[in-house]
Design a protein. Structure first.
Length: 165
């Protein structure tokens, strides 16, 4: 139980972020995080020592999110005011921060337009830092399929980003 709690604390935030990026909703990500870790706990004896535990957890999380989206046929939402609060900053820093926030917002909106299977590959590869091989294992795809889908995902994202210029 101690090792499970250690694993939970280590993976909780990255898995939650991954789930939030897939679903676009904090509440759904929290619910799916709990469901993911319940599945991990229930299936803890199935993990083979030679397999990468991190890949296994991400695969469970990704499949849990896909199942949720299939069941709900959920329209992805994004909170424009996720970090509400007041703070005092210098005017030149404020302008720079506004530009960064606009760029991040545009990137998120463009990412939402990319088909889910492509979006997931982009998130695993670029945001989570998984290799091609690890991404293939997590998604249950061949290496060449991941490379092809990643190329197509970048093209789709680029096309949607042009709409926000």
């Amino acid at each position: 139980m101690d090792s499970f709690e250690t694993m939970l604390h280590y993976y909780e935030k990255p898995i939650w972020n991954h789930l939030r990026r897939i679903t676009g909703n904090n509440d759904n990500a929290s619910d799916l995080l709990q469901e993911t870790f319940l599945k991990v706990y229930r299936n803890r004896k199935r993990i083979a020592p030679e397999n990468n535990f991190k890949n296994w957890v991400y695969r469970i999380a990704t499949n849990t999110a896909y199942d949720f989206l299939r069941k709900k046929r959920h329209i992805i939402e994004i909170s424009l005011y996720a970090n509400e609060g007041s703070e005092t900053i210098l005017p030149e820093l404020a302008y720079s921060r506004i530009e960064e926030e606009i760029l991040a917002h545009d990137m998120e909106k463009a990412l939402e337009q990319v088909p889910l299977h492509y979006r997931t590959i982009l998130l695993l590869y670029y945001r989570e830092g998984f290799s091609y091989e690890e991404t293939a294992l997590i998604l249950g795809l061949t290496l060449n399929t991941v490379k092809t889908h990643l190329r197509r995902a970048k093209q789709a994202l680029s096309k949607h980003l042009h709409n926000y210029e």
